[in-house]
Design a protein around this ligand. Structure first.
Ligand SMILES: [Fe+2]
Length: 262
């Protein structure tokens, strides 16, 4: 499994506090069957600034330590970049990192609303051959209230990443419900952990994929798994399955299966 949104690098944001903790997180990921992780520390969010050079250095050092300690996990560089007015200028001057070696970039919106600059960022990135991946839209109040606003961004070329804990109810019933609504509308393309620590924000990738399979069917599990792999390899995302409306009406894949006695 590949996890494309994590806070595993030590001491630079509200994720892993030090090297010991980064290694602890890495061991937990490997134990869950995760083989590749994109490190995406917060950047430009008003609290943390983690420039590309720092992320590259820490990622190289973490990979060195993983090899030394025989942990079967590889880390690629990335950033979770808050949408900001100089985003495009900063991207073009090479200050911002994509997810791994791909042409996808992880963008975070504030939790209260969709910033005015978002449409322009998504659209102009696409003109540059780069695709915005919107981090956890299910935690954005404007999206939850009106999913059409996310649909507009997807139409312009954005992809969206839902967080495992949101799907599993870790952020409460409201966000859980919003997550599945967005999934069933075909507005989610990637599942990732946004892991910060082991207490209540760890990986849970397998649990989330199991739940996706239960709710939406195995074809959606494969779709999300293959998309994470596609980002890891810098390839295009896969075509979306078409089961969404049917499963929503029928009350989930489990119900459909039971109708056919399987
Ligand atoms: Fe994050």
């Amino acid at each position: 499994m590949i996890d494309v949104h994590t806070h595993i690098l030590p001491g630079i944001d509200d994720g892993a506090a030090d090297w010991d903790y980064s290694i602890k997180l890495a061991r937990a990921a490997a134990a869950e069957g995760i083989t590749g992780i994109v490190a995406t520390p917060h950047h430009y969010d008003g609290k943390y600034t983690n420039d590309a050079g720092t992320v590259r250095e820490l990622t190289a050092e973490l990979n060195r330590r993983l090899i030394e300690q025989n942990i079967p996990l590889t880390i690629q560089t990335g950033q979770e970049i808050r949408a900001h007015s100089e985003f495009l200028a900063n991207w073009q001057s090479g200050k911002l990192l994509p997810m791994g070696e791909s042409s996808y970039v992880l963008i975070e919106m504030p939790s209260s609303q969709i910033p005015k600059s978002m449409e322009q960022i998504v659209y102009e990135l696409r003109l540059l051959g780069v695709r915005a991946v919107i981090a956890h839209p299910e935690r954005n109040a404007e999206v939850v209230q009106n999913p059409d606003r996310l649909a507009e961004l997807v139409e312009l070329g954005a992809y969206a990443q839902v967080t495992t804990h949101s799907l599993l109810g870790g952020f409460g019933r409201g966000i859980e419900k919003a997550s599945w609504t967005l999934c069933r509308r075909g507005l989610i393309h990637i599942v990732a952990s946004d892991a910060h620590h082991l207490e209540w924000r760890s990986f849970r990738m397998k649990d989330a994929y199991d739940r996706v399979e239960e709710e939406l069917g195995p074809v959606w599990r494969r779709y999300f798994e293959r998309n994470a792999q596609a980002i890891w390899n810098g390839r295009e995302l896969n075509d979306q399955p078409t089961l969404v409306q049917q499963t929503a009406k029928a009350g989930g894949w489990g119900k459909i299966k039971s109708l056919f006695g399987k």
